[in-house]
Design a protein around this ligand. Structure first.
Ligand code: TRP
Ligand code: ZN
Length: 880
């Protein structure tokens, strides 16, 4: 790093603001290289400060007037601040004029251009790239925004709130004035201008108002908005029904843009979306895309209450809005589709992405205590583990208790910027319970390990579970957390056993039918059940009731039984996963010691049992027959053997395909003839999921490659086309290249579909995938300024291509380091995400470790390193 070391910000240093902003009037005169921003603030000086310090970055200052007096010369400009004398006044009007260059803004933060349109992204600290302001979430104010622009290039002029005025100006220009009646922090500000087409609907709210719904897209995409609009309407209805929350403005707008750093942004009344989470038609989008759109539309909509009406005091409270809103969107998706499938998919995501993060050098609690670059803390931990922690309240308090807590939270804090403690207090007070211990979940990082011992005494018929908790890296400093553990007991035959709680445990166990909720609060704690007639099979951590790693040596027989009869679908699925994981681990040692690889009978039988079961839901069946992914297998080892993991995983899949080829073919053929017209509907999605899983297994057999090629040519929906093409992409067949070429020719004009073509090749297990990826970044359709395109090649390669990225020669590392250095100059946020796979260097063998650290060192020493990349790289090198 050739510049000064960036500063670190700490939660413990929080100070309430010294100024209040009563209102702000923003005027934008838009031009690609020279946008003038005039910012008029009504300020109250709350504690007689002689100076006020505003945030600003990359803005050219033109002038500052205070109550009409020109103070430009008296102001002090720092690199990221502007200091203005207050002249001893308690109250004044400040008028600041600045100039910015949206056309040159490739970081996509602040005001920038995408496909010839203007758009903004302010969260977390991007507003300061638009004008000087108090860029912190606890300064809330009323925004009025006037936009002036050339009319032919910007037929649409949008900002937050209601349109209060518009009109024509000289020189083919026009203007619009928007006013937001709700106070908000500046990170929720948005402006969009350009030539956009729009789809409209009207929503009749529960309180009898007609709300104008609009989705703005590039004209060529106007036929791809239907699913997004349906999703929005479903979200609005769901939030009314489940939480009693009604939308508060008369208009709700969504704008889809191609160049966007993340998924979407909840700006008040004017959401801006990555087009990936808006645009869909059956022939261009997969089931996963459709589900993603529904979830993200829901997520941003739900933010209107959890985030916007009640916002965060400071960025250390990010999980207050994100954890809660992810929990809400998870519940929404569960209610729209299948709760069981959704829960398993979320657990998979958490284990594959969040567990490694929490075990690595960037590990942080869901409430981080410090940051260098806030953008680096929009993490799986803050979002997904944060949602798990919100789910703990829900599990402990039940649906009604949770709802009471939410109601109290809104009635206490509407219009405020608050903390995670405020949320917890609302939950506790509404239910008259003490939840103080829950705070440990916010303070301690790392995934807790829950270890289990059982004891059955046939004489007294007493069954005892002993649960212990720990977080290895916090050894010593660890404080026990409140962990709700759902459980049930079964007989050998699969009958659920009555739970008779021993007297001394009545406070710690809540019984609900045949299910028990154990409240673990100590480091080690016993839970006893009486009158248990036989040694029971324990179904533990039902529904994944807490985000922990379970250490429980259950026998293979018990797991196989749970896999066949447990009434909890998570435990059913999990039991098969555990069996598969044991199978894989055993064979990894075989591989390492040069012994033969072998499938054990009990595993083959359990697998066959699921395959033959026609009563089980098809989506659950597909999930159960899916082997643990490579990352999750790697997670089981302090140091992973990349070659062994890859080899054994592939061998096992191929072995299963060979043994059960007939069964896979029958199921495939049966499902392949059913639905023809694409519908986004639970049963159809499940059909496609199981069918394509069968295809995946079958395509590992050289004689079945034709099957994929046929599906590729004959299907009309993208789910089936892409599944076929993905399976083909891992092969070394003639069909591989011809299908990839055909796909490219058909879709080269459609950015989102073309991303899929790039990412299949970047994630391919093909032997030459590294050289393919090197060619892909040279491809004429590869653009470094488009985050989706970059992620679909470099993001996928680093995260999912174990063979290519971790190639023993180190060539994958050297290539990626160069790419990160290049991206750092274009888009620091994206560069910081792409560098993440390097941070896990400790988990690989010595040679790979050395080469990965070398790559990190090379990045660290490169010129003009952004705070974003600096923070990740320096922290992960220091952890060694
Ligand atoms: N608040 C957004 C969400 O979770 C995410 C977000 C944060 C974001 N920072 C961003 C989106 C920067 C785009 C760019 O919904
Ligand atoms: Zn969010």
């Amino acid at each position: 790093m050739k510049n000064d070391t960036p500063v670190e910000h700490y939660l413990k240093d929080y100070q309430a603001p010294h100024f209040e902003v009563e209102s702000v009037f923003l005027e934008f005169d838009l031009a690609p290289l020279n946008t003038q921003v005039t910012n008029t603030l009504k300020v109250k000086n709350l504690s007689q400060q002689p100076k006020m310090v505003l945030d600003g970055e990359n803005v050219k200052l033109v002038s500052v007037f205070l109550d009409g007096r020109d103070l430009t010369a008296q102001c002090e400009q720092g690199k990221e601040t502007l200091t203005i004398p207050t002249l001893g006044l308690d109250q004044f009007e400040l008028k600041i004029e600045t100039v910015i260059e949206p056309q040159n803004n490739t970081a996509l933060e602040g005001l920038y251009r995408t496909s010839g349109n203007y758009c903004t992204q302010c969260e977390a600290e991007g507003f300061r790239k638009i004008t000087y302001f108090f860029d912190r979430p606890d300064v809330l104010t009323l925004f009025t925004t006037k936009i002036i622009a050339d009319k032919s290039e910007n037929s649409v002029l949008l900002s937050n709130g209601n349109l209060i005025e518009s009109g024509e100006l000289a020189d083919n220009r026009h203007y619009a004035v928007w006013q937001d009646p709700f106070k908000k922090p500046c990170y929720l500000f948005a402006l969009v201008a350009g030539n956009l087409a729009c789809v409209k609907e009207v929503y009749h709210s529960a309180d009898g108002r007609d709300i104008d719904l609009r989705i703005y897209v590039e004209p060529k995409n106007i036929d791809k908005c239907e699913h997004a609009m349906d999703s929005l309407i479903k979200s609005m209805k769901w939030d009314e029904e489940r939480f009693g929350l009604i939308y508060d403005l008369d208009i709700y707008m969504i704008v889809a843009v191609d160049d966007f750093n993340m998924g979407a942004m909840e700006n008040k009344g004017l959401n801006v979306f990555n087009s990936k989470f808006v645009l869909a038609k059956p022939d261009t989008a997969t089931d996963v895309d459709y589900e993603g759109i529904e979830a993200v539309i829901g997520h941003e909509y739900f933010h209107n209450w959890t985030g916007n009406r009640v916002t965060c005091r400071d960025w250390f409270q990010l999980t207050l809005k994100e954890g809660l809103t992810v929990f809400r969107d998870q519940e929404f998706t569960a209610d729209m589709l299948s709760p069981a499938v959704k829960r398993i998919e979320d657990v998979k995501r958490l284990r594959t992405n969040q567990f490694p993060e929490d075990a690595g050098p960037m590990s942080h609690p869901i409430q981080p205590q410090s940051y260098i670059e806030m953008n680096n803390f929009y993490t799986m931990t803050v979002y997904e583990k944060g949602a798990e922690v919100v789910r703990l309240y829900h599990t402990l308090l039940g649906e009604n208790g949770f709802r009471k807590g939410m109601d109290l939270y809104f009635s206490r804090h509407d219009g405020q910027a608050v903390t995670v403690e405020d949320f917890r207090n609302a939950m506790a007070d509404a239910n008259g319970v003490d939840l103080a211990q829950m705070h440990q979940w916010y303070l301690q990082s790392g995934t807790p390990i829950l270890s289990v011992a059982t004891d059955y005494d046939a004489g007294s018929k007493l069954f005892t579970l002993t649960l212990s908790q720990r977080i290895p890296k916090l050894e010593g400093g660890f404080k026990p957390m409140l962990i709700p553990v759902k459980m049930a007991l079964f007989s050998e035959e699969g009958a659920s056993l009555a739970l008779n709680v021993a007297v001394e445990d009545r406070d710690n166990i809540v019984i609900n039918g045949s299910e028990g909720l154990l409240k673990l609060t100590e480091t080690t704690q016993k839970f006893s059940f009486e009158q248990v007639e036989s040694n029971p099979i324990v179904s533990l951590l039902r529904g994944f009731s807490a985000p922990v790693i379970l250490e429980y040596e259950q026998s293979n027989q018990d797991l196989a039984k749970l896999a066949s009869f447990d009434s909890d679908s998570f435990v059913r699925w999990e039991s098969m996963q555990t069996l598969a994981l044991r199978e894989i681990k055993r064979n990894i040692s075989n591989y390492e010691t040069g012994q033969n690889l072998q499938i054990s009978d009990y595993f083959a039988q359990a697998f066959a049992g699921v395959l033959a079961d026609s009563t089980i839901d098809k989506a659950l069946k597909a999930l159960t027959l899916t082997l643990p992914d490579l990352t999750y297998i790697g997670e089981q080892y302090q140091q992973m053997n990349v070659d062994a993991i890859y080899h054994v995983h592939r061998w096992l899949k191929q072995e299963l395909a060979t043994q059960y080829e007939g069964q896979f073919l029958t199921i495939y053929a049966d499902l392949n003839k059913s639905e023809k017209v694409y519908r986004y509907q639970k049963e159809d999605i499940a059909n496609r999921k199981l069918k394509n899983l069968c295809l995946q297994y079958l395509m590992l057999l050289p004689n079945q490659i034709q099957l994929g090629a046929e599906q590729f040519t004959q299907s009309s929906n993208m789910t089936d086309v892409l599944a076929a093409l993905e399976s083909l992409s891992h092969t070394d067949s003639l069909e591989r290249q011809s299908c990839l070429n055909a796909f490219y020719d058909k879709w080269k004009e459609d950015t989102l579909v073309l991303d899929k073509w790039f990412s299949l090749q970047a994630g391919s297990h093909h032997l030459h995938s590294l050289s393919h990826v090197k060619e892909l970044v040279e491809h004429k359709d590869f653009v470094y300024t488009n985050p989706n395109r970059v992620r679909s090649v470099l993001g996928v390669f680093g995260r999912l291509n174990m063979l290519g990225f971790h190639q023993a020669s180190g060539e994958g590392y050297r290539f990626m380091a160069e790419q990160v250095i290049k991206l750092n100059r274009i888009n620091p946020q994206v560069a910081a995400r792409i560098v993440a796979p390097f941070t896990h260097w400790k988990r690989y063998d010595q040679q790979r470790q050395d080469m990965m650290k070398q790559a990190l060192q090379q990045i660290l020493e490169s010129e003009n390193l952004s705070k974003d990349v600096y923070e990740i790289v320096s922290k992960s090198l220091n952890a060694g």
